[in-house]
Design a protein around this ligand. Structure first.
Ligand code: FAD
Ligand code: NAP
Length: 563
């Protein structure tokens, strides 16, 4: 037996002030909003229905979320049809053309606040983001949110506005040819950063801030994080160890605690994560590569020992290997990605990850929702929950920038995958008696884990019904599995609705509407507790939410999946 012997500092290392997130942490724009040069299958309809103002307070998390890719026209953020030749791909081409986009012939300058303020017109527009100043004039016509949206930050520090709208967009990569220089003075917006006591209502931040300690045996290094919160679980702990760099993130409600170190010595691949759920203690157990005594745990990196809002933490990516790619339908594939051995990450039900690829020299990021390898497996089998694989069901659009690049990946290739995000809480289901899932197309993806969770772990559920909207019969994802599941579990019912059926289709047809929902969504008892989850193209989701509201369902009874 190895006897533990305490070494190194007993108190956490000094936390350095947080500097801006790494440039590689976030990436470019939402090409889903870019007008495709040629018509292509699956094009979203122009945003029409319903009125934006009415959509803002559903559900409690606000739908669509202020930072959502799916917000069509709300809070002053309109989806603007771009002129032909102004897609993301066109912008990437322009940035590679060698054209002087800053007007400074490649010089970088120091910009004062007064100077920044002078460049506040459409034809001469500079914006500061996290201390760096960009001349966004040439980008105006390419901005998916429209020129007016960009003009809101003209001549000022746009950091807060940018973070509110699209924190995951990699502006550094997108706008690198527009870089004018640095601000000569500190930018006006406060840096994303350390938690302050006033950020946490009712409690002192010091009371809530986790702390850590470490000890070693001959062969092991154990890092112990005291989260000071009950009900910890494996989904709340994300650990990556590459070479000697250790990053351990603990999610505590809407905050994130981070251990980030350059370890003193090398460790072996793989580690254990032990969680004492009730006391909120998390142990990361590393195996030493060499049997040496460590004097210190390691050198703290920029965000080490910080406890900040999750949304203020830059997205962290690790490279995952594509291990299989199988057809689901004529245009949709199931991608299986393998996490590195030294990563501990479990994507919670209802959350998505971001994939990042470099396309034509620019980093492009898109969200995808991990699913299970199958619906009809015995979910108690360890193979489905081995934690080493992420399954993604992805529709390949014939003129999709990202999905075409994804489809070109070969088995064995690597792709960057972020840590999970999303605001769905399992507790919403845990108390429900009736669960309705309204899915359109790949909007089915969040429903997969949700269905599994509901049918295997929620004992009070009496009825689970999936209403699945597609264009044609051959677009229906996992139809056989869904029908098989409905036969296996009497609580589960599936109803397919087609918007472009052939004349042989005997099932329901049409689009999401008040009459269709009033017929298909009914409480099993007059006062049963209901949850209705909805996911699909933004206008579908918005229309669904509006119809449900008209049918008398409350905000608390609905959850809309968005970015
Ligand atoms: P783009 O280059 O952006 O668009 C090219 C063309 O493709 C468009 O003109 C249009 O015809 C079509 N198109 C693009 N995006 C959409 C869209 N959103 N709706 C309808 N038509 C579109 N997709 C999946 O396949 N599986 C998932 O699990 C998944 N999860 C998501 C989770 C979240 C939170 C969000 C917001 C979106 C999710 N998506 C998912 C959509 C995904 O992020 C991309 O929008 C999609 O893959 C298209 O990217 P692209 O670059 O290939 O297409
Ligand atoms: P699709 O095949 O184009 O459409 C699926 C069904 O939705 C069809 O019946 C279609 O009917 C209907 N529909 C499409 N647009 C509509 C609209 N404006 N109003 C009412 N009904 C509409 O869908 P898809 O290409 O798979 O797209 C799936 C969408 O889900 C994407 O937008 C993706 O971003 C989104 N998604 C979001 C999340 C998330 O937020 N968490 C996760 C996964 C996917 P019509 O014949 O009338 O078009």
């Amino acid at each position: 037996m190895e006897s533990p012997r305490r070494s190194g500092p007993r108190t956490p290392l000094q936390a350095p002030l947080r500097s801006p997130p790494r440039p590689a942490d976030t990436a470019p724009s939402r090409p889903g909003r870019v007008a495709a040069p040629a018509p292509c299958r699956g094009s979203p309809r122009p945003p029409g229905l319903p009125g934006p103002g009415r959509m803002l307070n559903v559900p409690p998390g606000a739908f669509p979320a202020p930072s959502s890719q799916q917000r069509v026209a709300a809070g002053g953020r309109a989806k603007v049809p771009l002129k032909p030749g102004r897609s993301l791909m066109d912008w990437i081409r322009l940035t590679k053309s060698g054209k002087d986009l800053t007007g400074l012939k490649g010089r970088l300058i120091e910009v004062t606040e007064d100077e920044l303020a002078k460049h506040n017109k459409k034809e001469d527009c500079w914006i500061c983001i996290r201390g760096l100043v960009y001349n966004v004039t040439p980008y105006m016509e390419y901005h998916p949110g429209g020129e007016d949206e960009l003009m809101k930050a003209a001549g000022t520090d746009g950091t807060d506005l940018f973070d509110q709208v699209h924190r995951w967009v990699n502006y550094e990569s997108m706008l690198k040819e527009c870089l004018v220089g640095r601000m000569a003075f500190k930018p006006i917006a406060a840096p994303r950063g350390m938690v302050s006591e006033k950020n946490i209502p009712g409690t002192s931040a010091r009371d809530l801030t986790p702390s850590y300690d470490w000890f070693q045996t001959d062969g092991l290094i154990t890092i112990v994080v005291y989260t000071k919160q009950k009900d910890m679980n494996a989904e709340l702990v994300i650990v990556d160890c590459q070479d000697k760099r250790l990053r351990g993130e603990i999610i505590l409600a809407d905050h994130s605690y981070l251990i980030e170190l350059d370890l003193d010595h090398a460790v072996q691949e793989g580690f254990d994560v032990n969680i004492a759920e009730k006391v909120g203690k998390v142990e990361i157990v590393l195996k030493k590569k060499d049997n040496v005594h460590w004097k210190v745990l390691g050198r703290p990196l920029e965000s080490h020992n910080t406890f900040i809002k999750r949304t203020d933490r830059g997205l962290f990516y690790r490279k995952c290997k594509l291990v299989s790619k199988t057809e689901v339908t004529h245009d949709t594939k199931l991608f299986c990605l393998m996490l590195p051995k030294s990563t501990h990450l479990q994507v919670p039900t209802g959350q998505h990850v971001y994939l990042k690829q470099v396309i034509a020299g620019t980093e492009v990021v898109k969200p995808y929702t991990p699913i299970l390898p199958s619906l009809t497996l015995d979910f108690k089998q360890p193979s489905c929950h081995d934690g080493a694989h992420i399954y993604l069901m992805i529709k390949i659009y014939s003129c999709g920038l990202f999905t075409q690049a994804l489809d070109r990946l070969q088995i064995g290739d690597y792709i960057s995958v972020s840590s999970p995000e999303g605001n769905f809480k399992k507790s919403q289901v845990q108390t429900s008696e009736d669960l309705f899932l309204l899915a359109a197309g790949t909007g089915f993806t969040p429903m997969v884990k949700l269905l599994n969770f509901a049918l295997t772990e929620v004992s009070c559920l009496r009825k689970v019904k999936l209403i699945f909207f597609n264009k044609k019969e051959d677009d229906i994802l996992w139809r056989n599995q869904l029908e098989e599941l409905a036969l296996k579990d009497k609580r589960f019912e599936v109803q397919f609705v087609l918007s472009e059926p052939t004349k042989d289709w005997g099932g329901k047809q049409g689009k999401i509407s008040l009459s269709l929902l009033s017929e298909c969504v009914k409480r099993s008892r007059k006062d049963s507790k209901v949850l209705i989850c909805i996911c699909g193209p933004t206008p579908f989701t918005e229309q669904g939410v509006e119809c449900l509201r008209d049918l008398g369902y409350s905000q608390e009874e609905m959850h809309a999946f968005t970015a």
